[in-house]
Write a protein that binds this ligand. Structure first.
Ligand code: ADP
Ligand code: MG
Length: 463
């Protein structure tokens, strides 16, 4: 049943793949999404992996399929694809299929019946980052409103803004503000229970509770907190059962006069795949957005961070960084840290030249960040089709193929996820994008002319 490989070898390889992936995605994501997977067989170059629920399968396919495939391929070149399928726990324990000892076992659970609710709650609530306080948040035009709203919620003795909905692009300080609220409340009144967790974790917990049939306990946990904060709720849009549960939890808490704080990368109204009634409930509190950084804010953040690090950074260097690293605060912070670390390692003063040298890769990436629209335009004109065909439902090969090429290049040249790419192509599903990527890869192998075309487009787009 396996391609001439022993089960032992396969499971060993799987363990290595898991460990690599764990190092990449971090412990939390690993435990939530990857640990429950089990390899069932390797046949015809295809690795068959089982997961306990359909939802998990979709999640793993959307977020980790490609990485898993590459990691397998690194370990076993004969592997060309992976297949994730649903197998319930009971079926999984039948003698025909083996499970690995260490890696893919469901995480050990705390049974709330045997433990105090507190310990259960502490386990659900994610740890707070000690650096994410109001003190360390630099306020500027783009974030002053969100900051003021967060501060009001943190200091409020009665409910004023409920829910507080913070939204903005990645790396702009949403999580920082949420942690700052939590720190503040915990310090001001330790008797109030604050629960902070990612929507991803909320969802995972909920699904696990469903599986283990203890949703009643699950609900109780959330419904007994004073302040509930859920980070990155865009993750639950489109996930109907989780949304439903979230909605009920949310209503119950609001009705009981508990504070809710939510973050997302879009406003409630812009959230696709979210139920109208949930949208409107989210909209009825205070919605505060964090805008993209300005030069002044970036400069302020650099000054504050270098002061905290106790390092003298020449004005020229901070100005240079504030001009060049514009994507978000996380990247800006990373750039500054790299410059500082480098100077300390080689024992030299920080200068403009060393900064440019140390950051050359980052600077280049910031210089030419290709957008999906540019890719679509370029590919459309290359193949002589209309730009609108990138979004249309037409399936004729003459437009479908260029569309696939554009999806492929979007995957290669941008950091967008498969679902994000799908959305930009007329709201297509992530599996369509995945299929396109595979198809183009196949064609590049078999058709030299086609491969050249793709290569040419890539070079033009990379500038
Ligand atoms: P998001 O949750 O919006 O993706 P984070 O809150 O994780 O972003 O912020 C990314 C990094 O940038 C964090 O290290 C955070 O401390 C820092 N950061 C963001 N905004 C600010 C700010 N205004 N002042 C200081 N640090 C900031
Ligand atoms: Mg965040």
């Amino acid at each position: 049943m396996n391609d001439g490989m022993t089960d032992g070898l396969i499971q060993e390889t799987w363990l290595r793949v898991c460990n690599n992936l764990r190092a990449e995605v971090g412990e939390t994501s690993y435990k939530s999404w990857l640990k429950p997977m089990a390899v069932r067989e390797v046949r015809d170059g295809k690795v068959r992996i089982s997961v306990p629920t359909r939802f998990m399968r979709d999640w793993v396919m959307a977020h980790y399929a490609e990485r898993l495939e590459n990691l397998w391929c690194d370990e076993m070149p004969e592997v060309s694809s992976i297949d994730v399928f649903v197998q319930t726990e009971r079926a999984a324990s039948l003698p025909t299929s083996k499970k690995v000892e260490e890696a893919p076992k469901p995480t050990q659970d705390i049974n709330p019946k045997n433990n105090s609710y507190d310990s259960y709650r502490n386990e659900i609530s994610a740890p707070l980052d000690a650096r994410f306080t109001f003190d360390q948040f630099v306020v500027g035009k783009p974030n002053e409103f969100a900051h003021a709203a967060a501060q009001r919620v943190a200091e409020a003795t009665r409910l004023q803004f409920n829910p507080l909905f913070l939204y903005g692009g990645v790396g702009l300080g949403k999580t920082h503000l949420m942690h700052a609220i939590a720190w503040h409340i915990r310090k001001a009144d330790p008797s109030r229970t604050v629960m902070y967790l990612s929507a991803e974790k909320f969802m995972y917990r909920f699904i696990r509770a469903l599986r283990e049939q203890n949703t009643v306990d699950f609900k109780e946990q959330f419904r007994s907190v004073d302040v509930l904060m859920i980070d990155d709720v865009q993750f639950i849009s489109g996930k109907d059962s989780t949304q439903e549960e979230f909605f009920h939890t949310f209503n119950a808490l609001v009705d009981q006069g508990r504070q809710i704080v939510i973050s997302a990368d879009k406003s409630p109204s812009e959230m696709e795949g979210m139920e109208e009634r949930l949208k409107s409930r989210l909209n009825c509190g205070l919605v505060a957005d964090i805008h993209a950084t300005t030069y002044e804010l970036r400069l302020g953040i650099l000054l504050s961070k270098s002061e905290q690090a106790g390092v003298e950074v020449p004005r020229k260097v901070t100005e240079f960084l504030a001009h060049k690293i514009t994507a978000n605060v996380r990247e800006l912070e990373g750039a500054l840290n790299r410059v500082i670390a480098h100077a300390q390692l080689v024992g030299r003063e920080i200068s403009l030249e060393t900064a440019q040298e140390v950051l050359h890769d980052l600077l280049r990436a910031n210089d030419r960040r290709v957008t999906i629209e540019e890719i679509q335009k370029r590919v459309a004109s290359h193949f002589n089709i209309r730009m609108s065909d990138m979004h249309s439902a037409r399936r004729a090969r003459s437009v479908a193929r260029p569309r696939q090429v554009a999806m492929y290049l979007a995957k290669q040249l941008t950091s967008r996820s498969l679902p994000e790419i799908g959305r930009k192509f007329g709201g297509r599903d992530h599996t369509t994008v995945m299929h396109a990527v595979r198809k183009v890869d196949e064609l590049r192998e078999s058709d030299a002319g086609f491969a050249e075309d793709v290569e040419l487009l890539r070079r033009m787009l990379e500038g």
